[in-house]
Design a protein around this ligand. Structure first.
Ligand code: ATP
Ligand code: MG
Length: 448
């Protein structure tokens, strides 16, 4: 009755809960076993030999169906973690509450998890699932997964896909559909809303209206998610190679409030916005080109406009540049930590990157030589050039440093002279360098 009503009012269509799955042969889905990891096949074969059920599951099958190279291959089985552990010499049980087994084959690790059921799960006050570690059947394992396209089980020995929730059809129709009632599933685990946005962006899928509509008013539930988990999920999103699309969609859905509250503040500030989009575009381009991307650089960029704004304010209030910068940095990181726990190591790297920015203002004497020798010079320069591209500082500064870093000694001297000729009083600076206190004091910088 309620389902009928919901369907009428919201065009709601829950994935049908069937106990008999579709068994889709290779002639229909086209994934031959030579497309999947031989190690994952071996794990499935060993488990099946011992009478257990075993399938390759989740993201890998979804990605293969859509023509993306899978990141990794996960196996789901009816064997318990201890039983799996006993079958593979190089394996170990990971996790205490939710045990999985890592089976190591050469450089590859196959993650093997036991079928789980969600219905006995313990929930918190808001309905968030706290413990979903009770074992179940294949059908139960399929129903506790988040989206229909993620609940596909591939048997590499028969090359058949077991599909309980019409995931293959949804994928063909480019639809991301939640298994079960979206509101209930988001309540159980609010992170699924973020996953919806990330996967839709990554796979080029449309979020089914029934799954999309509730996000706006349920976004607030992300506040109950532990900050460390939010950080992991946000990092995945930002490093997906589709950060621009993801953040755009997050904003549309009103989901970014909880994650990066500072993104809200910069809305409508052209330089700050341009800066953030450029940082995201750069990251996407690097991920897609298989280049390394550093999370600290990215978070440093996302939070910089706010640091920069506070820095300016503090200086206007009379604080001297360096303390003003460091106080602003601490303030911004502390505000952020309440929502999204940036790890301590990353926070350290971020501070280093920010702290180096004022040093690019000193283009006299020995200071530039010292700066280019700094182990983080390259990252700090990348950051500087992003600021220049966004229009926060003159492009000339970033170009100058690039030339300085890559020139011979004589050209460097020439470059230093060119700055002093452009109106920076070299002499005066030299004298002030002798005072220990002002040696590191930068000129105030414009915002961004
Ligand atoms: P990616 O390609 O980015 O790794 P993925 O879907 O494989 O995407 P994982 O975090 O690796 O994401 O999760 C593996 C599988 O576990 C998913 O495909 C899904 O079936 C299930 N899963 C992950 N997170 C959740 C969740 N919050 N709720 C329900 N099921 C989940
Ligand atoms: Mg995965």
């Amino acid at each position: 009755m309620i389902r009928k009503l919901l369907r009428k009012v919201f065009n709601y269509r829950a994935a049908p809960v069937s106990t008999e799955p579709a068994r889709i042969p290779v002639s229909q889905h086209g994934i031959r076993r030579d497309r999947v990891s031989p190690k994952a096949i071996k794990v499935c074969a060993t488990l099946q030999d011992r009478g257990y059920q075993a399938y390759i599951v989740g993201g890998a099958i979804r990605d293969l169906l859509i023509g993306h190279p899978p990141k990794d291959f996960d196996v789901a089985t009816s064997a318990t973690p201890e039983e799996v552990r006993a079958l593979f010499r190089r394996s170990r049980i990971i996790g205490r509450r939710f045990k999985i087994v890592h089976v190591v084959h050469g450089l590859e690790t196959i993650e093997v998890s036991t079928f789980r059921a969600a219905h006995t799960a313990e929930t918190d006050w808001h309905g968030r699932v706290l413990d979903d570690n009770s074992y179940g059947t294949l059908a139960e394992d399929a129903i506790r997964r988040d989206f229909t396209v993620n609940a596909l089980y591939y048997d590499p020995l028969t090359e058949t896909i077991v599909d309980y929730h019409h995931g293959v059809a949804d994928l063909q129709q480019k639809t991301l559909r939640v298994i079960g009632e979206p509101r209930a599933r988001y309540r159980e685990d609010p992170v699924r809303m973020l996953r919806a946005v990330r996967l839709a962006a990554k796979l080029g899928l449309i979020i089914d209206p029934a799954a999309r509509t509730p996000i706006r008013d349920m976004a607030i539930l992300l506040e109950n998610v532990p900050a460390a988990r939010l950080f992991d999920e946000t990092l995945k999103l930002l490093m997906s190679g589709n950060a621009v699309r993801c953040i755009g969609q997050l904003r549309e859905e009103g989901l970014h409030h909880g994650l990066l509250p500072l993104l809200d503040i910069v809305l409508g500030q052209p330089v700050a916005e341009r800066f953030i989009w450029l940082a995201l575009e750069n990251t996407d381009a690097r991920v897609r080109a298989d280049k390394s991307v550093s999370p600290s650089f990215l978070f440093a960029a996302l939070l910089w406009p706010e640091v920069s704004r506070k820095w300016k304010e503090r200086q206007a209030a009379g604080e001297s540049p360096y303390p003003a910068l460091f106080d602003s940095m601490d303030e911004v990181l502390a505000a952020q930590a309440q929502r999204l726990a940036i790890t301590r190591r990353i926070a350290g790297d971020i501070k280093e990157l920010w702290g180096l920015q004022p040093r690019f203002d000193k283009r006299v004497g020995r200071a530039p030589y010292r700066l280019i020798e700094h182990p983080k010079f390259r990252a700090a320069w990348d950051f500087l050039s992003l600021r220049a591209q966004a229009g926060g500082i003159p492009e000339e500064i970033a170009t100058w440093w690039n030339r300085f870093a890559h020139s011979k000694q004589s050209e460097r001297e020439e470059l230093l002279r060119s700055v002093s000729e452009n109106g920076v009083p070299t002499r005066k600076r030299r004298r002030s360098r002798r005072k220990p206190d002002s040696a590191n004091t930068p000129e105030p910088l414009p915002a961004s």
